[in-house]
Design a protein around this ligand. Structure first.
Ligand code: ARG
Length: 256
């Protein structure tokens, strides 16, 4: 039975995920408190697709560079990847660009989920517009409790096998790395220095949102990485901390 539960969890996160050692994924959850939106409100959001199917989110850093999660780019070759930008819908509209190359953070660890960040170089540059815009990288992590917003085409419930076609967003509050690792929440030492969290009761990112943007103060502050279920009480969403990983992104964007 345990094996079955783990297998199901792996399938549930087949959109691309893992949880750190020692935390069993939980199957029941919801992306919660989210609302449908349009790309004009989140013009830095892209859908990263494998063989034409949405697999992860991402953010536009420059006209030809996308920031996403390293766990979204394991065991895949650039030739099967594409990015859809400028559309409210993951499966139509906007523009689709092929992926020329990508690079995962050298320190990414699938067991602990540290350094869960990657950059993608597009084959052709995006034309920036009202629906396709870059977003700046945070230089410092927002304060504990700051408001933030996460968006994506991830599942509306953790056990769900289908994703919405319309972009969703949800407002959440930043939980600092130290607060997230404290006994206030359930993660303890699984929260590492390259991670930042966000939490609001009943609201969270979920499977398929990975790689996508957590924005606060107009900057990219987090990349959707992992969580114990989705919107589970005392288990915030966990994000790659962009302020901590900023130098890696800036440098890797030049060489990918
Ligand atoms: N790992 C998931 C994915 O690949 C994202 C999980 C985010 N979970 C959360 N509770 N915030 O899409």
């Amino acid at each position: 039975m345990l094996k079955f539960v783990i297998l199901l969890s792996v399938i549930a996160c087949a959109l691309g995920a893992a949880v750190p050692e020692g935390l069993l994924p939980q199957l029941d959850g919801r992306i919660v408190g989210g609302s449908a939106t349009t790309i004009s409100s989140f013009p830095w959001q892209i859908s990263l697709q494998r063989s034409g199917s949405h697999s992860c989110g991402g953010s536009i850093y420059s006209s030809n560079i996308i920031v996403t999660a390293a766990h979204c780019l394991q065991s895949v070759s650039a030739s099967v990847l594409q990015v859809r930008a400028g559309s409210t819908y993951w499966n139509s509209g906007g523009v689709v660009s092929k992926v020329a190359a990508f690079k995962n953070h050298e320190g990414y660890n699938a067991n602990t989920m540290v350094n869960d960040i990657a950059v993608i170089r597009l084959s052709s540059s995006l034309s920036l517009s009202s629906t396709i815009k870059t977003i700046g990288l945070a230089t410092t992590a927002p304060a504990n409790g700051a408001s933030a917003v996460v968006s994506g085409w991830g599942t509306l419930s953790s056990g769900s096998s289908s994703i919405p076609t319309t972009l969703q967003y949800v407002n959440v509050n930043i939980v600092s790395q130290s607060a997230c690792a404290s006994s206030t929440y359930g993660y303890g030492s699984s929260i590492k220095s390259t991670m930042i969290c966000a939490y609001t009761v009943g609201k969270d990112a979920c499977q398929g949102d990975s790689g996508g943007p957590l924005v606060s103060g107009g900057n990219l502050v987090g990349v959707v990485s992992w969580g114990y279920g989705c919107a589970y009480t005392n288990y915030p969403g966990v994000y790659a901390d962009v302020a901590v990983l900023r130098t890696w992104v800036v440098n890797t964007a030049k060489t990918v």
